[in-house]
Design a protein around this ligand. Sequence first.
Ligand SMILES: Cc1ncc(COP(=O)(O)O)c(C=O)c1O
Length: 379
Amino acid sequence: MPMAGGAAFLANPALDRRRAYGAAEQAILSLAKAAQAHHAIAAWDGYRPTPMMSLANLALETGVAEVLYKHEAHRFALKSFKALGGAYAVERLVAARGSAAGLTVTCATDGNHGRAVAWGARRLGVEAVIYVHETVSEGRAAAIAGFGAEVRRVPGNYDDAVRTSAQAAAVNGWTIVSDTSWPGYDLIPRDVMQGYAVLALEAEGQGARPTHVFIQGGVGGLAAGVLSWYWESQGADRPVLVVVEPDKADCLLASAAAGRWTSVGGDLDTIMAGLACGEPSELAWTLLSPGADAFMAIPDALAAGTMRLLAGQGIAAGESGVAGLAGFRAVAADPAMRTLLGIDAASRVLCIGTEGATDPAIYREIVGRDAAEVEREAP
Ligand SMILES: Cc1ncc(COP(=O)(O)O)c(C=O)c1O
């Protein structure tokens, strides 16, 4: 369904809100394993829950009770939420092997996952080889190398880099620590997604009781991790969850429309680099297909506008980090969508601001100021 501002919306035709979170789902992700991930991550140096901000101006403007923004820009040293997944998976891998000796991990990345795997590998003395595709910015590649990983640039898009890293792993005896899963490769991505569920667990501890969650989707692992936590803990009373993707890389929306796992091709060219994925994670799709309420695709302009809006409030948020909030703003401005999703003056909306200025040069280009300047001017 097209919307004002160039966004598109699809109520999930496969949604089954009364379906219980059963054994099959728990075998993928569970509350018990989320608690275990939280326990492990909370023991890392520098851990603290990221801030939960209440955006009062935006709540007023959009006519809801509360807009909550969980700000991941200062999660460890990575400027994004991603350590919760990639670095946690590396830690689980080392624990399962009993040692880091001789271990090399590899993955493909749009920027943030590779940074998290490199950081997690360095903490534990593991070698890392990270594959970036053609359009990953130099700034993002350099940040990964800055954590001691070998960075290899390959032709094509994110999904091509996933295949290249898997081939290299097979040839060299490396272990793939991917944030996406495919047939025959789905154990480590469970740990990655399980780590992401810590976001929901932290949010609960911070007093967030959302009626709606607007969350960005790349391969879908983040959305599935957060959904799983609310679904298992609250069943049919869980918040309405809307997955928001770039319109240039809307593989989850396309899958929902087709009624089955579907990829979208092309160069996936969007400023929302962390979401530039054309193939859903199989495991994530298994949960999102029956459990997500709706899917949206937004143009770059909505993300850029939301970055500038947040900058005006002293919050430096990156291109992919604001997608959920941008999707909510588009829905809030559309009376038919509000009715469809039950958004009203009593609604409490949660968005996860999954990254800060992960590429400082691109951030400055879009916002007109540096992240540090924006944060200094916080009201
Ligand atoms: C900043 C940011 N937000 C959201 C996501 C989406 O996560 P997923 O690919 O698991 O859907 C990513 C993925 O890299 C990301 O970098």
